[in-house]
Write a protein that binds this ligand. Structure first.
Ligand code: GAP
Length: 488
């Protein structure tokens, strides 16, 4: 049994060693909180996206997808409240010169009290912190940090600055002449691209409420405390869906999406006890109800996805700021109104990390003095980067040609990988480590009777099957429809 702290280190190292995730610009010592996905990582990421996209857009007749630009008119961010309200309370330690999120320092202190069994103190501090955050009372946050004798983890001192708000949006200039250039922002969420296109999609798609618009895309936040690998990044990807409903029905749809989204996670086979809901106490500036779906990462339960009841806040704001009507005419009740919105918003990178942490296993295999440890990524087969590896037993006697022939057929449907180097056992281990669900070995018997050995990743069971049956054996386990069926 791997201990949680150890598991996280192992997953991080494994992600790099096996081509899943690299630090951005590594040869220049990296760029903090920015990462690149490698050859296996980008396949896994694409498969997660496909599962989400198909679950949203293919299974629901009333949800369509879009792909809006990262740059948007600067007024969008004024209207959405991000220019004035999208900030974190920050505090600096004067000795170490390190900057921290004030609320995170307090949350860590609450955790410390809880671990020491000082429940009353923990509860009181949590209540005080929530009150200060809700009132945007920065002086009170500093008082709490001082009163609870919180020290800087680097310098060990309590020499703090005041608490200040720090906006998380990245800005840049658009236009060739610096003086005339407009300040534009790298979007901090994909949702606004959906809101501003609400009527374009509704009219051109003749959509009737209730309906949804889904989008997958990059988002950017100048996170001050960026840590825990790809958990909190400065450039990341979101998968968001805005569901437009008739005012008065939002509670019912909030409950619907809260349940449906957890079901999407559980259908991947992750144990239910690894997930929990966490209702928000402090609501974002746009929300009137919000819940997080949290997963038990090796460093504790953390948010992967948020479901937010955003009322008519965003559309109303865009109507006010743009002067364009954002209303919908509802033929069933013969009324014009601005729809209410339920949003589901999941971080793709966090989902990736969750999938890796959940899949990483070390197992003792073999017998007697031949016991060894195999590292296996027990990924859901539908998400695995490579679905089938094809090995000729040797490099001669026409086996490579036969193996290539089989691969040419299978690669029309599945991502395959051909390997002829090293002993079969070594080739199995390499594919266990990247989560390949099937390995197919072509031997001399294959030339005689058109059969091969198929080896299953998790059970390590090998069976002799006819080449003509390979496609259906593999397809049953790796096809996205086998996953989607669980959502119906
Ligand atoms: N449109 C709503 C919205 O953006 P959010 O809770 O700020 O809500 C949604 O973000 C999801 O995006 C989070 O649940 C998380 O999975 C992911 N996310 C947010 N900030 C992130 C970051 N800095 N790095 C990686 N993922 C992040």
């Amino acid at each position: 049994m791997i201990q949680p702290e150890e598991l996280f280190k192992k997953v991080t190292a494994h992600a790099k060693e096996y081509g899943f995730v690299f630090q951005s610009s590594e040869i220049y010592d990296g760029l903090s909180a920015v990462y690149d996905y490698g050859q296996n990582g980008s396949e896994l990421k694409n498969n997660i996206k496909a599962y989400w996209w198909q679950a949203m857009v293919q299974l629901n007749e009333n949800i369509v997808g879009i792909d809006s630009a990262i740059f948007m008119h600067p007024k969008v961010w004024k209207a959405s409240g991000h220019v004035d309200g999208f900030s974190d309370p920050m505090i600096d330690n004067k000795d170490s010169k390190k900057r921290y999120r004030a609320d995170q320092l307090l949350e860590e202190q609450i955790e410390k009290y809880q671990k020491k069994g000082k429940t009353d103190k923990a509860e009181q501090l949590e209540a005080d912190m929530n009150e200060a955050l809700n009132d945007n009372n920065l002086a009170r946050l500093l008082d709490l940090i001082v009163a609870h004798e919180i020290v800087c983890p680097i310098s060990g001192t309590r020499n703090w600055t005041e608490v200040r708000q720090f906006n998380l949006m990245f800005s840049t200039q658009m236009g060739s002449v610096a003086d005339d250039a407009d300040t534009v922002y790298l979007r901090p969420e994909t949702a606004q691209g959906i809101f501003v296109n609400f009527l374009n999609v509704q009219k051109t798609g003749r959509m009737k409420i209730p309906f949804g618009i889904a989008q997958i895309g990059k988002a950017f936040r100048n996170e001050i405390i960026a840590r825990q690998f790809i958990m909190r990044m400065r450039e990341f990807e979101q998968m968001e869906m805005q569901f437009f409903v008739r005012p008065g029905t939002e509670e019912q749809w909030y409950a619907h999406w809260k349940k449906a989204r957890l079901q999407w996670h559980l259908s991947l086979g992750t144990p239910a006890e690894k997930y929990r809901y966490h209702d928000h106490v402090k609501l974002a500036h746009y929300a009137n109800a919000a819940v997080d779906i949290e997963f038990e990462f090796p460093f504790g339960f953390k948010e992967v996805e948020g479901i937010h009841s955003r009322s008519d806040f965003d559309l109303k704001q865009h109507q006010d700021f743009s002067g364009k009507k954002m209303q919908y005419f509802d033929p069933e009740i013969n009324q014009n109104y601005i729809p209410y919105v339920i949003e589901t918003s999941i971080g793709l990178d966090r989902m990736f990390l969750l999938t890796m942490c959940n899949a990483y296993k070390e197992e003792e295999v073999g017998e007697g003095d031949k016991i060894e440890t195999r590292v296996v990524l027990a990924l859901p087969p539908q998400l695995a980067p490579i679905k089938v590896a094809i090995f000729p037993l040797t490099k001669k006697d026409g086996l490579p040609e036969k193996a290539r022939q089989i691969m040419d057929e299978l690669k029309l449907s599945f991502k395959c990988h051909y390997e002829e180097k090293d002993a079969i056992g070594k080739r199995y281990r390499r594919h266990d480590a990247i989560g390949t669900p099937f390995c197919v070995t072509v031997d001399h018997e294959s030339l005689e009777n058109d059969t091969v050995t198929i080896r299953h990743r998790d059970s390590m069971v090998q069976e002799r099957v006819s080449v003509k049956d390979l496609h259906s054996i593999i397809d049953q386990q790796v096809s996205m429809s086998s996953l989607l069926k669980k959502l119906l």
